[in-house]
Design a protein around this ligand. Structure first.
Ligand code: ZN
Length: 161
């Protein structure tokens, strides 16, 4: 467990120092903004769908370390994937972060498993999942999403993960 925590810290720090795919896209085919009022996280995710594949993807905004690291890893995880694969990874990430499923039942998580620990930090779960909700919103042409939306995005039409 201590190795695991060390890895978690290392990955979060690394992605904060050097966030991947940070910035804006000039003419994204899909974009959305996401807010987590509990923490103050506010990010935008922009991407270009090329056919069914996610070509370029970028994020930017003001967020805490967990949200930024999650967004950075989200972009690297789904870049080049099909939209369907990206939605599947999103479902798995949400299931993992909210503790609904065990890691070994999730096939696409890979290095994202470092976020499994947030399930024990209830106040940080929404920070970790915000980028994924925002990706989901962007892929579905929903302009904005919030972790405190009337319809709780944890139960939004993202599948029954
Ligand atoms: Zn946060």
């Amino acid at each position: 467990m201590s190795d695991y925590k060390a890895l978690y810290q290392e990955v979060i720090l690394d992605h904060n120092r050097k966030p991947r795919n940070y910035g804006a896209l000039e003419h994204p085919s899909h974009h959305a903004e996401g807010r987590n009022p509990l923490c103050g996280d506010h990010i935008t995710v922009a991407l270009n769908l090329e056919g069914e594949n996610i070509g370029a993807i970028a994020f930017q905004g003001e967020s805490c370390a967990i949200c930024k690291a999650s967004a950075s890893m989200m972009t690297t995880a789904v870049k080049g994937k099909t939209r369907a694969d990206a939605e599947e990874i999103t479902r798995e990430f949400l299931a993992m972060a909210t503790g609904k499923r065990d890691l070994d039942s999730l096939g696409h998580i890979g290095r994202l498993a470092v976020f499994a620990g947030v399930r024990d930090l209830p106040t940080r779960v929404k920070c970790a999942i915000l980028p994924w909700h925002t990706l989901h919103a962007a892929l579905n042409s929903i302009a904005s999403t919030s972790t405190e939306a009337e319809e709780d995005p944890m139960h939004a039409p993202i599948g029954d993960a």
